[in-house]
Design a protein around this ligand. Structure first.
Ligand code: GFB
Length: 308
């Protein structure tokens, strides 16, 4: 990837896409093309094709997706499968038609079977039943991996896939119903502190374990793969360290400085018991995450306070 070559970052307004644009700019890439979803609906095949025909990007980061936390995934099941399938099929097919030199597709750790052995090795894909709350999203993301593999096998396209663990960072979604756990808890503890509320409600039992990666680390990993990795097999991206939801809540409570109680709402789902990435492949390639969880949460909380 040369600094003057045209790079399309799909989904540049999202948490991942905006981190990619920041990272690419910091690395000196000057020819980045973007479209908002109002300008280009990636679910519309004709619109996607005319965009690729007009812009002819050399590289594509496919970071556009419909995403959300456990409740959003479980509720908007049709939207999560339809929107994601359409976007990725249109972008990947257009990248083939318009001879994109290389494409990176972003998936998710929820592609793995619910009860897969831990840590999750890339080889565990399609080895068992998926977690029910996010099955439609996971199926769409698995389809994205398979699209990349199939276009590589049939048409020799250099399409690669990366599977990030749970992410957080700038431009995250803080909507309490639809957010992921980390931003939701930052908001809940912050508002409880401001209102001097006696308790904060944690969904589920607090026992599930999750791994959290700062999106700036993910962006660095994606640029690294775009520059150096050209294989068919997808690659996990994570920290290799996980934490219970109860311990995460305690950590965020301390960072925010909230002094009330935490209560569990066990009518809400726990989701997958654990999804810790095996990051040995990425480590062997020479990349590992740099931002530790406590510092990462401190930085996003500072940003949250300045904008809310
Ligand atoms: O982050 P999260 O919504 O998604 O929830 P998943 C993680 C865990 O935190 C679950 C608990 O056990 C939740 O029950 N939790 C506790 C909360 N309090 C809260 C809260 O206030 N809000 C939220 N959202 N959770 C998603 C998938 O799964 O992860 C997607 O649905 C995607 O497909 C994404 O893969 C990365 O980690 O369970």
């Amino acid at each position: 990837m040369q600094q003057h070559q045209k790079i399309y970052v799909a989904g540049h307004r999202g948490m991942v896409g905006s981190a990619l644009v920041r990272k690419l700019q910091a690395l000196g890439y000057t020819n980045i093309v973007t479209r908002s979803s109002a300008e280009l609906d990636l679910r519309n095949q004709a619109a996607v094709q005319s965009f690729f025909k007009e812009e002819q990007p050399a590289f594509v980061f496919m970071a556009a997706a419909k995403v959300g936390g456990i409740h959003a995934n479980n509720t908007f099941r049709a939207d999560f499968i339809y929107d994601n399938l359409m976007m990725e099929a249109n972008v990947i097919h257009a990248a083939y038609q318009y001879q994109v030199e290389k494409l990176l597709f972003l998936g998710s750790s929820c592609i793995y079977p619910k009860l897969a052995p831990q840590p999750l090795k890339e080889a565990y894909l399609l080895d068992g039943q998926l977690e029910a709350t996010n099955e439609p999203y996971a199926i769409a993301k698995i389809a994205g991996i398979k699209l990349c593999e199939a276009y590589r096998a049939q048409y020799a396209c250099n399409f690669i896939s990366a599977m990030p663990t749970n992410l957080y960072g700038p431009n995250d979604n803080y909507d309490l119903q639809n957010a992921h756990v980390l931003p939701a808890l930052i908001r809940k503890f912050h508002e409880a502190k401001m209102q001097q509320a006696p308790e904060v409600v944690l969904w589920g039992t607090g026992k599930p374990m999750r791994e959290f990666l700062h999106v700036d680390d993910l962006a660095a990993a994606c640029c690294f793969l775009m520059q150096d990795y050209n294989e068919a097999e997808f690659v996990n991206i994570g920290t290799g360290v996980d934490i219970t939801i109860a311990a995460l809540a305690q950590l965020i409570k301390e960072i925010v400085g909230y002094e009330g109680n935490i209560v569990n709402d066990t009518t809400k789902p726990d989701g997958t018991p654990r999804k810790l990435m095996d990051v040995s492949k990425m480590k062997a390639l020479g990349w590992s995450a740099q931002i530790d969880l406590e510092n990462g949460i401190r930085s996003v909380y500072e940003a949250y306070k300045s904008t809310h």
